[in-house]
Design a binder for this molecule. Structure first.
Ligand SMILES: NC(=O)C1=CN([C@@H]2O[C@H](COP(=O)(O)OP(=O)(O)OC[C@H]3O[C@@H](n4cnc5c(N)ncnc54)[C@H](O)[C@@H]3O)[C@@H](O)[C@H]2O)[C@@H](O)CC1
Ligand SMILES: [K+]
Length: 257
């Protein structure tokens, strides 16, 4: 039985596996001409709004402008979404630092494009070893986890693992798509995993998000503009979960209300 989630209005939303989501990406780009960068822009914009709401709801930071946000960014699509969010946060006057999992020149595709655009803001972009990363994360109210999404292969390793283990205990964490370290299909965490306060998953919830500790916090679904014709082509039974909103809160159906 395909795991399902439901919205506060009782709409039932089927979850998809990482492979199904990759197929959605492929059909969206190759058949429907919806570009990765366009979908990433919606992901990043939604992520910036959720990160801003999280800062505003953190005591001690009356307005978002007093807060500081650190975005941990991998070098794939998940990282690209985080870098895009950093631009929107910087544009909104928030003190934001992006800590990269790899050096600048290892970013590729849409993530590299988002990195170039970010250069036109005053956001700080850093990378480095264990000590530098820990230094940049000290006293951070809100950490955005955009290290790895449904592209996880095996336990978190290398700098990605360092980024995750450097997240301060008392920071509020928002994870993009899936908490880094969680297998988006099975929910397994083969190694270190982020335990976020909020997960902002994209387009459709992932099967790996049902019943894992990952959903101890809030689970939100963001619209990234994928037309239903993409799902129809892939025989994914899709009912619009958003009712015209940009984001909706989801509850796994098997979880007691
Ligand atoms: N339709 C969608 O769902 C869309 C998804 N997007 C985002 O793109 C993500 C998928 O992008 P990708 O396929 O590039 O993959 P990811 O960005 O999820 O992860 C790939 C990166 O993580 C690294 N990585 C993988 N396993 C690792 C491990 N065990 N330890 C350390 N590093 C590891 C890889 O080296 C690679 O750099 C989604 O999760 C989502 O955030 C958006 O960009 C666009 C649209
Ligand atoms: K993530």
């Amino acid at each position: 039985m395909t795991p399902t989630f439901k919205t506060e209005r009782g709409r039932v939303v089927s979850a998809v596996t990482a492979d199904q989501m990759r197929e959605v990406d492929r059909v969206a780009v190759d058949t429907v001409s919806l570009g990765l960068l366009q979908m990433m822009e919606h992901a990043g914009r939604n992520l910036a709004e959720v990160a801003r709401e999280t800062v505003e709801s953190t005591e001690g930071t009356e307005t978002a402008e007093n807060g500081r946000i650190v975005v941990l960014a991998g070098n794939g699509g998940n990282g690209g979404g985080g870098i895009c969010a950093a631009r929107h946060l910087a544009n909104g006057g928030i003190d934001v630092t992006v800590v990269l999992d790899r050096a600048d020149n290892e970013l590729t595709g849409a993530a590299a494009r988002q990195r170039r655009i970010l250069a036109a803001t005053d956001a700080a972009v850093v990378s480095g070893g264990h000590r530098e990363i820990a230094h940049h994360l000290e006293n951070t109210e809100v950490v955005v986890d955009a290290v790895v999404g449904y592209g996880l292969t095996g336990p978190l390793r290398g700098t990605a693992a360092t980024l995750v283990e450097s997240i301060p205990e008392d920071s509020r964490v928002v994870s993009l798509d899936v908490p880094s370290g969680i297998d988006a299909t099975t929910g397994d965490s083969p190694g270190m995993v982020v335990a976020p306060d909020t997960i902002l998953t994209l387009a459709l919830p992932k099967t790996g998000l049902v019943g894992t500790e990952a959903t101890a916090g809030d689970l939100l679904l963001a619209d990234i503009g994928i037309p239903r014709g993409v799902y129809d082509r892939l025989d994914i039974d899709y009912t619009d979960p958003l009712d015209g909103a940009r984001r909706v809160r989801l509850q796994p159906v098997d979880k007691p209300d």
